[in-house]
Ligand binder design. Structure first.
Ligand code: F6R
Length: 242
């Protein structure tokens, strides 16, 4: 695992963007696994800026997002499809039909999960999977517990996660209770993983995930099993890793 801690926000974001753009320079057809949440917003903005400067093209890139809420209309302001379109896809030359986000409104969610994995089997593996981490150690929406699911699956969101995400909704009651998420096995199939973490409030979970025991009680700790992980931290998030 290669762990880098940055004092400077600009360098943190630029380093993440450089990893993605250099992959696309060597393989313009690369497949990216993408994440939503607050953490990657600056990275997407940097990629848009680099695209506008003519430094990178996404024209041949295919993307697969980690997760989506169940039951929110696709065009709901807080759906992850809307997030991706607004924060990234609408501003670059990506072909929207090559961007994939699980369908949280599928009539048969189990079938949607199987189809998402089938698509990843057929067109994957993902070359670079971008990840954030939840305060409880979740990656995607793989919540801590006695066991974890390998493939893409339907998950009930833990209260901690719903509370953390309530900042984006009018009230806690509006936060969906379920989501579709890639499973840990799906995530770990990516050739390379890029984990970004910002903020003092994540220092403890970063320490547990990267230095603690590998356990389903901290899903991000399974990243220790992957041979090619790059972790970018700001100073707050890296505070306990001395
Ligand atoms: C988002 C996702 C989540 C987030 C995590 C951190 O697609 O899968 O695991 O990466 O909840 O979220 P932020 O970045 O908002 O702290």
């Amino acid at each position: 695992m290669n762990i880098y801690t940055f004092r400077d926000e600009e360098q943190f974001v630029q380093t993440g963007a450089n990893l993605i753009t250099s992959l696309l320079h060597t393989n313009p057809r690369a497949t990216l696994g993408l994440a939503t949440g607050s953490t990657p917003v600056g990275l997407y903005a940097k990629l848009i800026e680099m695209h506008r400067q003519g430094l990178v093209s996404f024209a041949q890139t295919t993307t697969y997002n980690l997760d989506e809420y169940v039951g929110l209309p696709e065009n709901h302001p807080e759906s992850y499809r809307t997030f991706m379109n607004e924060k990234f896809f609408n501003h670059v030359d990506i072909q929207i039909e090559r961007t994939h986000v699980p369908n949280g409104n599928a009539a048969n969610p189990e079938e949607e999960c199987l189809n998402y994995d089938k698509m990843l089997e057929e067109f994957g593996p993902v070359d670079l999977q971008l990840l954030g981490i939840g305060h409880n150690g979740h990656i995607g929406f793989n919540e801590p517990g006695e066991s974890l699911s390998g493939g893409t699956h339907l998950v009930e969101l833990q209260e901690k996660t719903r509370n953390a995400n309530a900042r984006f909704f009018p009230t806690l009651a509006d936060v969906p209770t379920h989501a579709i998420t890639m499973g840990v096995a799906t995530i770990l199939k990516a050739r390379q993983i890029l984990l970004l973490v910002r903020g003092e409030d994540k220092a403890e979970i970063v320490h547990r995930a990267l230095k603690g025991p590998i356990t389903t009680e901290c899903p991000a700790s399974l990243l220790q099993c992957h041979p090619n992980v790059v972790v970018l931290l700001d100073q707050g998030a890296g505070r306990l890793l001395v």
